[in-house]
Design a protein around this ligand. Structure first.
Ligand SMILES: Nc1ncnc2c1ncn2[C@@H]1O[C@H](COP(=O)(O)OP(=O)(O)OP(=O)(O)O)[C@@H](O)[C@H]1O
Ligand SMILES: [Mg+2]
Length: 254
């Protein structure tokens, strides 16, 4: 059994926010499980994989092996730390630092040509400056290394460093930064890929991004639970009991 605990007040606040936005909450699951529903394949889950969700404030880790979730963890750093580093390092306002990161950022300096340049906004009404894109990546690379080394420590502490036969899958908005998968491959010496939501129809163009992994996973999870409930309503006896147990395993209790 894997138990994840958290503050009941925090959970209740999120449920209240979502309800007030006019959406009824069917259930609550831990973020990593939702993201894994959207981006991991059954083979990866079976062989051993680390799902790494690089969000704004935190980076969430989930380790799967033999088809099940074995470990979850959180590193208290995310994409917003990269933006802050740019704002301080290049002396540019936070919104401009965010734009510069998304437009020109690269987490691995060696991928950036020495002659590439970027234009950076200044603070206090001073004119924009033209500088080398390498300088930007030299600000981002140490933060990326810090995040991945903290993850590696967490994986080692939990004892799964030899279990990740399918490597790592990166999702969350932070995974969109150029060079993230490449630098992770160097640090972990394992295959690393970006996780795009799979097996979804309809608005695929809009959600076809690692930053929608959790959102798509939540919808897939709710859909699966609804199908199981309608199966039960149709009287699928033993299967119904099994899905009850399965559902218990997938829920997180705060
Ligand atoms: N194209 C991009 N390139 C680089 N970083 C990006 C890009 N798009 C989004 N990000 C970064 O991704 C982060 C947000 O990711 P995401 O939307 O997954 O976060 P979240 O789920 O809201 O946050 P959390 O999981 O921490 O609660 C921000 O720091 C943002 O700067
Ligand atoms: Mg997130």
């Amino acid at each position: 059994m894997h138990v994840v605990t958290g503050s009941i007040t925090s959970k209740q606040n999120i449920v209240t926010c979502v309800n007030r936005a006019g959406v009824a909450v069917a259930d609550v699951i831990i973020e990593q499980l939702a993201a894994s529903e959207a981006v991991l394949t059954a083979d990866e889950r079976e062989l051993g994989v680390a799902l790494v969700d690089i969000g704004g404030g935190t980076t969430d880790l989930a380790i799967f092996e033999r088809g099940s979730l074995w470990h979850t963890g959180v590193v208290m750093m995310g994409g917003d730390h990269f933006t802050n580093d740019i704002a301080v390092g290049l002396r540019t306002p936070i919104p401009d630092a965010e734009k510069t990161k998304r437009r020109s950022g690269c987490a691995l300096s060696s991928l950036v040509g020495e002659d590439e340049t970027i234009t950076v906004e200044s603070v206090g009404g001073r004119p924009p400056r033209v500088m080398s894109r390498r300088i930007l990546s030299e600000i981002l690379q140490p933060r990326a290394e810090e995040v991945f080394h903290a993850l590696w420590d967490e994986i080692r502490r939990a004892g799964y460093e030899r279990s990740l036969h399918s490597g790592l899958v990166l999702c969350g908005g932070g995974a969109l930064l150029e060079g993230m998968a490449e630098i992770a491959e160097q640090i972990f010496d394992l295959p690393v890929r970006r996780g795009y939501p799979v097996e979804v129809g309809g608005l695929t163009d809009h959600v076809n991004s690692p930053s929608f992994a959790t959102g798509v996973g939540l919808v897939k999870f709710a859909h699966r639970i609804q199908m199981q409930e309608s199966d039960r309503a149709l009287g699928v006896g033993t299967f119904g009991k099994m899905t009850d147990r399965f559902r218990g395993l997938f829920r997180s209790f705060f």
